[in-house]
Design a protein around this ligand. Structure first.
Ligand SMILES: *[C@@H]1O[C@H](CO)[C@@H](O)[C@H](O)[C@H]1NC(C)=O
Ligand SMILES: *[C@@H]1O[C@H](CO)[C@@H](O)[C@H](O)[C@H]1NC(C)=O
Ligand SMILES: *[C@@H]1O[C@H](CO)[C@@H](O)[C@H](O)[C@H]1NC(C)=O
Ligand SMILES: *[C@@H]1O[C@H](CO)[C@@H](O)[C@H](O)[C@H]1NC(C)=O
Length: 327
């Protein structure tokens, strides 16, 4: 059939039928629009979380706004430390479970005595807390990343690693994956530490208190660098740590725990593949433990009165380094 023929055919259709066809087209369009809207909303549902946006949307400067600076259209935040003050910020929402991360560039050159703390914290009396603490160092000497886990007010679970890159020349991603079964500390998506749910051993696990994401830059020269022997050299101030590209893919529980604590919440981080470390991830964790760990509370025999805390074997990729680590 040619185009002309088609037009002829159309003309032959009676008026009442054309009207009906018109109605059907309108109805079809409406249904199509609804279907498209539903598909789009389903497709973007898991992207509702805040990704790398403007800091002012999801964070508040909670300490010394006059020692912070926003740049890159509000998508980069810098914290300053000088003799007058350090500074810090926190997320507006508190979260219970999820994946939280941010790209950070640490204080360059002589950062001795400075501490850049980056942590989840619940503000409650018997608080929960997941810590990354970056301990500065003299120019050219390695930063130490100290991690710790507090559950129901109990911490004292420090681990320290050296990083396998210079954290001051580029942004690197630091984050946690936190669900009912485990907490994985990640550096550039490599697991550096895992803390499993050991409630079956009578040990508290962070699963009842929503936590905000915090970060601050402060003077820690009483203890941070070489046990406090190296002090801050203020002639090198201001010290600056930079942040960008945050991901808060987590369940907001600021007002109520219920939706996040519900066992039927069934978020992506509740899926089986996130309940334990895969064999590949275990290998990566073992690589970190064997090559970069410089302190592990698990092997601090003096502190533990000659015992290994019961959770330690579960929380390691098989390397406790009992003999090789400094006490
Ligand atoms: C900057 O803020 C800090 C902390 O709030 C305060 O102690 C200090 O006086 C402020 N400095 C100036 C120059 O306003
Ligand atoms: C948390 O600690 C408090 C006081 O130390 C204790 O009474 C409570 O049972 C603990 N809760 C859990 C879940 O371990
Ligand atoms: C700083 O550098 C010294 C010398 O390399 C090293 O012993 C120490 O572990 C480093 N880190 C800190 C935080 O002291
Ligand atoms: C080790 O013993 C000391 C002194 O008895 C005690 O205060 C401390 O809590 C013990 N530490 C551990 C981890 O059991």
């Amino acid at each position: 059939m040619t185009e002309a023929d088609t037009k002829q055919e159309a003309k032959k259709v009676p008026a009442w039928r054309r009207k009906k066809v018109g109605c059907c087209i309108v109805l079809g369009c409406i249904i199509l629009i609804i279907v498209i809207a539903v598909v789009i909303s389903v497709a973007t549902k898991h992207k509702k979380h805040a990704v790398g946006g403007e800091f002012s949307k999801d964070f508040t400067v909670s300490w010394a706004p006059n020692h912070t600076r926003l740049s890159n259209h509000g998508r980069r935040l810098e914290l300053f430390l000088d003799p007058e003050s350090g500074s810090g910020f926190k997320s507006n929402n508190a979260f219970l479970f999820g994946s939280i991360s941010m790209d950070i560039k640490l204080v360059p050159a002589d950062s001795a005595g400075t501490v850049t703390a980056y942590y989840l914290f619940s503000e409650a009396a018997n608080h929960d807390e997941l810590d990354f603490e970056f301990l500065g160092n003299s120019s050219g000497e390695p930063y130490i990343l100290q991690t710790n886990v507090f559950a129901n007010g109990t911490g004292e679970r420090e681990q320290r690693i050296n990083l396998w890159f210079d954290p001051t020349t580029d942004y690197h991603r630091y984050g946690v994956l936190w669900n009912r079964r485990q907490i994985v500390f990640l550096v550039d998506d490599l697991p550096i530490r895992v803390f499993t749910n050991n409630e079956d051993m009578g040990m508290a696990y962070p699963n009842q208190q929503p936590m905000r994401l915090y970060s601050s830059l402060w003077n820690g020269d009483k203890w941070a660098t070489q046990g406090g022997r190296v002090k801050i050299d203020w002639t090198h101030a201001p010290f600056i740590a930079s942040y960008q590209n945050y991901h808060l893919d987590a369940c907001p529980a600021t007002d109520s725990l219920a939706p996040c604590a519900s066992p039927v919440a069934n978020q992506w981080w509740d899926q089986p593949e996130y309940q334990t470390l895969s064999a590949t991830k275990q290998d990566k964790l073992r690589w970190v433990e064997q090559n970069y760990m410089v302190y592990n509370y698990c092997s601090d025999m003096k502190r533990n009165n000659g015992t290994v805390p019961s959770e330690c074997t579960r929380n390691s990729a098989g390397f406790l380094g009992l003999d090789s680590l400094p006490h």
